[in-house]
Design a protein around this ligand. Structure first.
Ligand SMILES: Nc1nc2c(ncn2[C@@H]2O[C@H](COP(=O)(O)OP(=O)(O)OP(=O)(O)O)[C@@H](O)[C@H]2O)c(=O)[nH]1
Ligand SMILES: [Mg+2]
Length: 376
């Protein structure tokens, strides 16, 4: 009789991404060589590579898996901490959360506050966050601003979390790449004894399953995988280009005094035509590494046709053929209050609202373009 190969899939989890460990298939998530099974804690090969070689290892998480985890929260008694990326608020908003969490309280956390320009009024930004949440039908128990990476606002967050959770578990939720795992690492390193590191990376889809971290009172702090927001421009770009558009430091706003009949290109990813309106400043908030080009509207088509992927990059070189075709959004920015024109995943452009402005914004199809109350 042939001997059966046993125990290929284990009931152990990778401490870096939560995936179930297996020794069978190198190409599948959770793989470790057999010899590694003796280690404790155990980390999968994908996490090892992300940590040590900065490798990108995309795994397609099924939305169903994600929804299963979210749905499970409704049946628990817990505090739900929803994390958004304050720099890409629109692109990082987790829709429909109230449906999933039942009667559990929600604490809204705007992360990556370190990217916002210096000298801004954070209280205003916090009010803005609360206002935008309400507009989207979410009534959080509180809204806070933090930087998980730089350790800003963490003390206050922990105090609020303590008050709101009482004796409950805490679930950290949000779309991919908002910094959930970085936040948990920050919390456990600053205030716990744990030496463990959850895997984080600049690319979406790093955490693959729930990761439970025991708290002192026997409850757990839970990291969850983010749902993929397919409208995000990041999903249309190569890893190299994604690095260019993701701010890695405080964003320096750039001011352009524009007349109508002028165009701004944000690399080769967005084109903003100022069609009609008075001479006025356009303040651009995007990654400092993203090159901005100003031209006459009359020349914009030609410039795009000739230089897309070169002068107008990202997308760099051949990667432009992977972009969806561009679509056009006609916008009217009313006079009155200052407004931001948001291009999801790239940043925003502020207009002061002295006069009405008519614009046309061209972006790859699927990328969200909108107008909001100014953040700053
Ligand atoms: N500038 C800045 N970057 C941050 C901050 N927090 C996280 N990041 C970066 O954001 C990226 C994503 O962080 P992760 O912690 O992996 O995000 P996640 O929400 O766990 O992502 P998934 O596991 O894919 O759902 C990484 O490049 C982090 O370094 C922050 O406070 N400021
Ligand atoms: Mg994560």
């Amino acid at each position: 009789m042939e001997e059966q190969v046993v125990a290929e899939s284990t009931d152990r989890q990778c401490v870096g991404c939560g995936v179930q460990i297996q020794t069978e298939d190198k190409g599948k998530p959770g793989y470790v060589p057999r010899s590694a099974l003796e280690r404790d804690p155990i980390i999968c090969q994908r996490c090892f590579r992300i940590k040590h070689y900065n490798e990108v290892a995309p795994v397609s998480m099924d939305d169903d898996d994600f929804l299963r985890i979210l749905n499970g929260i409704g049946a628990t008694d817990s505090l739900v901490v929803m994390v958004v990326d304050i720099f890409d608020f629109q692109g990082s908003w987790l829709r429909g959360l109230p449906r999933f969490v039942g009667s559990n309280p929600i604490l809204l956390v705007g992360n990556k506050v370190d990217l916002l320009p210096r000298n801004i009024n954070l209280n205003r930004v916090r009010n803005w966050l609360q206002h935008e949440a309400k507009e989207r039908g979410l009534r959080p128990a509180d809204a806070l601003l933090v930087s998980a990476e730089k350790g800003i606002g963490i003390d206050e967050l922990l105090i609020r979390m303590g008050e709101l959770r009482g004796l409950r578990d805490v679930y950290i939720v949000g779309v991919t790449n908002v910094g959930k795992s970085t936040l948990i690492n920050r919390i456990i390193h600053d205030y716990g004894a744990s030496e463990l590191d959850i895997t984080t990376s600049p690319f979406p889809g790093t955490t693959l399953d729930k990761i439970e971290i025991p708290l002192e009172d026997g409850r757990v702090l839970v990291d969850t995988p983010g749902i993929i927001n397919r409208d995000q421009i990041g999903h249309m770009l190569t890893p190299g280009d994604l690095r260019l558009i993701t701010p890695s430091a405080r964003v320096n706003p750039k001011v352009y005094q524009l007349n109508d009949g002028q165009t701004l290109f944000l690399g080769g990813l967005a084109r903003i035509d100022y069609v009609r309106g008075d001479h006025q400043p356009f303040i651009v908030y995007v990654s400092n590494r993203l090159k901005i080009h100003r031209t006459k509207l009359a020349n914009a088509d030609q410039l795009m046709a000739k230089h897309h992927g070169e002068l107008l990059a990202p997308p760099s070189g051949d990667a432009r053929s992977d972009l969806p075709p561009f679509s056009r959004h006609a916008l009217k920015v009313e006079a009155g209050e200052p407004r931001d024109i948001v291009i999801s995943g790239l940043g925003w452009i502020s207009l002061t609202g002295k006069e009405a402005a008519y614009l046309e914004v061209h972006v790859p199809r699927g990328v969200h373009v909108g107008i909001r109350k100014a953040l700053i």
